[in-house]
Design a protein around this ligand. Sequence first.
Ligand code: FPP
Length: 267
Amino acid sequence: MRSRNISTKENSKLSNSIDKLRVPKHIAIIMDGNGRWAIKKGLPRSFGHNKGVSVLKEIIKASKSLECNVLTVYAFSTENWTRPSKEVDFLINLFEKVLKKEISEIHQESIKISFIGDLSPFPKALKSIINSSESLTKNNKDFTLNICVNYGGRQEIVKAARKIAIKSCSGEINPSDIDEQLFNSELLTSGINDPELLIRTSGEKRISNFLLWQLAYSEIYITDVMWPDFNENEFLKAIIDYQSRDRRFGGIQSLPKDSCKNPNYSS
Ligand code: FPP
């Protein structure tokens, strides 16, 4: 179902401008601006987070229909714990409530849901619904939704380095075995190809500790639109912009326009 505030005329114009063969297969999103959106409307910040959930649902549908089969979204960073406890509690309850409400539809839609991050500090009830959602959907093939919670890119890299150091000290591997591929295999995203595109809403021009390793060669699209106002048309604009990029991966020659992969590094 198309959201009511979307312009259908603009939607068909944008859809027609997309080269369906060159849609990124994996898009990462920093869903920023929920709080500011709400405050600007004189509403509590929680309204922004609630609206953010319906936007995420719309973007999953849009992504699926374009055959962009993997979305990785930043829902809660390791730094978000510093927010007032009322907001942290609200977000934790929201994750639990949304999962409970949506999991059967997510499963019916053949979506595999995975959580990336350190789940240990979360309440039992949330951990339990996360575990059951992941096991229910683990064999779904049409689409993957990775939700980063209590996730930090630096922490992920440090943990991977520690695991490699332990293996090296125990003699399981030689220091000379350590290369990009081995390092990648120790990350929380092991087995997932790097995102070709990062979208950040709300105009902030930083990556805020998100997927530091994985975004090495991703194209970055920043829009001033706040996440609660983001919609299918804005998503299509991001993909059209991506398709205009010249992806050289540090070389001097552009890759063929239909290539989404970094030839220097296969994950
Ligand atoms: C950033 O906006 C957004 C968040 C920290 C939370 C995002 C969470 C959702 C959209 C809910 C997703 C739900 C599930 C189940 C995955 P902000 O609060 O930093 O906004 P601000 O920059 O304006 O303060």
